[in-house]
Design a protein around this ligand. Structure first.
Ligand SMILES: Cc1cc2nc3c(=O)[nH]c(=O)nc-3n(C[C@H](O)[C@H](O)[C@H](O)COP(=O)(O)OP(=O)(O)OC[C@H]3O[C@@H](n4cnc5c(N)ncnc54)[C@H](O)[C@@H]3O)c2cc1C
Length: 260
């Protein structure tokens, strides 16, 4: 578990499984070391013989669970918005940045599931039993501590966070260069928004990866999304609500053409 609502949502889904709930905290090892937490989770799951493992579908939650899946040789269903116990377990997953839902059957003796944030209403229930992991930390293989957070880089002062921005001005390949983003930055600044970009742009080194929007970048939900010099695919996948808004705009255009 991590701090925050996303973990409480994962807990809500976990309560629909039978049996006692146990929790391992993602910050049990400081600084954050995903392999170490995955190793601790694996040992705890084996010791307690749990029927399923849940985590929040955050960057850290998905990171830990992917590593746990690789170590345990078990399938992993990420970013689920529903999961029904059974054999197989039925899951519904949010895919392509939320632009489609996938229904899948998970055949596994121990399903590993992360829960897409903000898709569950948190319900009250018994608190999980926190696993005492002191002994497991002492027994960690030093190789499990090789990947760890070494530094935190603060975003520029006064900048709007891309994930929470109400306005996002995003630039694509057609912007042409690092320097071409000056006008995108200017527009975002005037609108009090954040700058986004496509994967093509970050791969070209024009913008940092933290600015990338979409499935393998930051998930955004702005009220206004301005896509500049982007292809169709990125415009669609970048923002789950985008298609809905675009439809609204087309409708208004038709009304305008009809003089209404
Ligand atoms: C599994 C997977 C995950 C992916 N995840 C992501 C993701 O998270 N985020 C992401 O961004 N991409 C992702 N991609 C890549 C994605 O599929 C697209 O390739 C990418 O988003 C396209 O970026 P773009 O819109 O900048 O470029 P393009 O699609 O090449 O579009 C550039 C546009 O600019 C126009 N243009 C060119 N010159 C000008 C000009 N002078 N003025 C105005 N317009 C101009 C062109 O006509 C074109 O329409 C993923 C791909 C895969 C396979």
């Amino acid at each position: 578990m991590e701090d925050g609502e996303a973990s409480l949502q994962a807990l809500t889904l976990a309560r629909s499984w039978e049996g006692p709930l146990h929790a391992v905290h993602a910050d049990a090892v400081e600084p954050f070391a995903p392999d170490a937490i995955a190793a601790i989770l694996q040992r705890s799951a084996d010791d307690l013989n749990v029927s399923a493992v849940f985590a929040a579908g955050t960057d850290r939650g998905n990171d830990i669970m992917a590593r746990l899946a690789a170590r345990a040789g078990l399938p992993f269903a990420s970013n689920c918005i529903a999961a029904t116990p059974g054999d197989p377990v039925g899951v519904v997953r949010s895919r392509w940045g939320g632009s489609l839902l996938e229904t899948a059957a998970l055949h596994s003796p121990r399903p590993l599931i992360t829960v897409a944030p903000y898709t569950f209403r948190v319900t009250e229930g018994p608190a999980p039993i926190v696993v005492d992991v002191k002994r497991l930390i002492d027994e960690l293989d030093p190789r499990d501590l090789m990947v760890r957070v070494s530094d935190h880089v603060a975003p520029p002062a006064g900048g709007v966070s891309l994930a929470e921005a109400k306005v996002v001005v995003s630039g694509g390949r057609g912007v042409g260069s690092k320097e071409g983003f000056a006008i995108i930055e200017e527009l975002a600044g005037l609108l009090g928004g954040a700058v986004g970009c496509s994967r093509v742009v970050t791969s070209a080194g024009w913008r940092p990866h933290s600015d990338q929007v979409g499935q393998t970048g930051t998930k955004i939900a702005p009220e206004l999304y301005i896509a500049c010099a982007h292809g169709r695919l990125q415009r669609r996948q970048a923002h789950p609500g985008h298609q809905l808004r675009r439809r609204g705009a087309d409708h208004d255009e038709r009304r305008l053409r009809r003089g209404r």
